[in-house]
Ligand binder design. Sequence first.
Ligand code: AKG
Length: 294
Amino acid sequence: MKVRFGFRDLEFPSSELSQLRESNDRLGDAPALWRTMDADGYLLLRALIARETVLSAREAVLMHMREQRVLHPDTPVLEGVMPPGGPSIRLMGRKGIAQHPDVLAVLEHPALYALFGALFGEPALTFPYKWLRAVGNEAYTGAHFDFVYMGRGSQNLYTVWIPFGDVPISQGSLAICRGSHRLDSFARIRDTYGRMDVDRDGISGWFERDPMRIVERFGGQWQGADYRAGDVIIFGMHTMHASTTNLSNRFRLSCDVRYQPAGDPVDERWKRDGSGHYGEAQRDMESARAEWGL
Ligand SMILES: O=C(O)CCC(=O)C(=O)O
């Protein structure tokens, strides 16, 4: 299948973009899950959440989008078709549609609390802020570490990326650079960019707009997947990730949320009354990378 990654056209699966590995066979075995997380930098868990629960959340988001007039008027709402050149919509936050009960039923699903409770060996908490996204045609997310956006609290913080519906790779889905969290060839990136804070350091967040350049220069392996409603992918703050480009005429709906041990410090920006991001990017990534010799 032809996909676009950043602005390059690639085949999937291929040596450039291979298939993410599933870890469902390790569910219930926390040490085995940790071994996979340590080796690969992620856990892809299929059907962790009931499909119907995710589809109800998808419907709630799309009904909201229809009310906001961002969907193509002459198409079925549940397909989430965007009008040519239509407006985008901001969905993230601590209020509004991101906190709809059907949406929270997915993002704070008991299966996620149970999984993280087992992984941490203590109760888990999740940030009230929810990064709900409707990603339009030709849009994608550049390669980055999540640490730069939320690294002030727990050292044991994890992202869960959750597709709101079936999201084929050609519609823009999450891709991981396997090995980026541990390979020696990424050490300089982890020690420079990987210690930044977008608000404190006034830096733009994406390390690279052209994700394939990362593996060409530093090694690792980009991996992606076609996702189904109910699947989740979990990764740590220093796993390089990006999304493929949405080549369809339908919004890609997804949400990324964070889990950590409940007893650990929490990045104050993402608490119930936190500020969210407050800094402005003063430094572009190109000049920062030149200073770091990257
Ligand atoms: O959904 C996306 O396009 C980006 C998600 C992401 O960067 C994340 O989950 O940390």
